[in-house]
Write a protein that binds this ligand. Sequence first.
Ligand SMILES: NC(=O)c1ccc[n+]([C@@H]2O[C@H](COP(=O)([O-])OP(=O)(O)OC[C@H]3O[C@@H](n4cnc5c(N)ncnc54)[C@H](O)[C@@H]3O)[C@@H](O)[C@H]2O)c1
Length: 251
Amino acid sequence: MQRFEGQVAVVTGGGRGIGSGIARRLAEEGALVVISDVNGDAAGAVAAEIVTAGGSAIAIAADISQREPCCALIAEAFDQKKRIDILVNNAGINRRGNLLSLSDDEWHASFAVNLDSMFYLCRAAIPHMIEAGGGVIVNTASQWGLHPAPNHIAYNTSKAAVAAFTQNLARDYAPHKIRVNAVCPGEIHTPMLEAGGEAVGTDDRRSRQACSLRPDRKAEGGRRPVAFLASDEAAFMCGSLVEITGAQAVA
Ligand SMILES: NC(=O)c1ccc[n+]([C@@H]2O[C@H](COP(=O)([O-])OP(=O)(O)OC[C@H]3O[C@@H](n4cnc5c(N)ncnc54)[C@H](O)[C@@H]3O)[C@@H](O)[C@H]2O)c1
């Protein structure tokens, strides 16, 4: 399938984890993928791997918690082919803790990376999409934004805001043929999840057992669902919050 032939897709947080899988998938299906990450070397390695495999990708280092790098990223991505068809707002951080244990910095960083970045990136990309007559935005929220796990108040609240942001943006820009949806993954095997297990002193045997549908939980974190949402197959999906959990309950 070459659902994205000729298209330009921007993927934030594409240097590892779920974002690198999304970038590979979009490239396999024909997109020129602009892989962005605060870790420029990691983004470069994923882009090089895609190019070696015969796909098209470039890497751009950017800290998307700040407005200027977001604007520069979209400008550089647009310059590639004078179009931005797909924006995947995937980058995120998980600062664990409750109201009393979190620092002010951890709270603000959670919102800066998880939410403010989307505000800046969408605001930079949407005028190009309007001009082109349409586009697609896929945001990464979380199952925990809808059904909070304990002791993650900053993460969960920022992801709940991502869900609301997604639905608002969808309402406002559907008339311009811009489809905005969010994926809400459950626990997926990535460095973020592994760090969480280490932080609370557990391995993830418990959640493995709880996810009987797909015990490895490697591929379903958003890669194929994001490609689906970005494609014309999802032409009537706009403002949807798509949970990807394998029926695993929040514990
Ligand atoms: N892994 C899970 O279980 C899970 C579940 C639900 C939602 N999510 C969400 O999926 C997304 C990807 O998560 P993951 O598990 O792949 O995480 P990860 O930590 O493995 O990867 C996140 C990537 O984002 C990048 N990043 C972090 N801060 C950045 C910044 N300021 N600017 C640019 N890039 C930055 C990191 O360098 C990293 O490459 C996140 O939004 C996360 O909240 C993950």
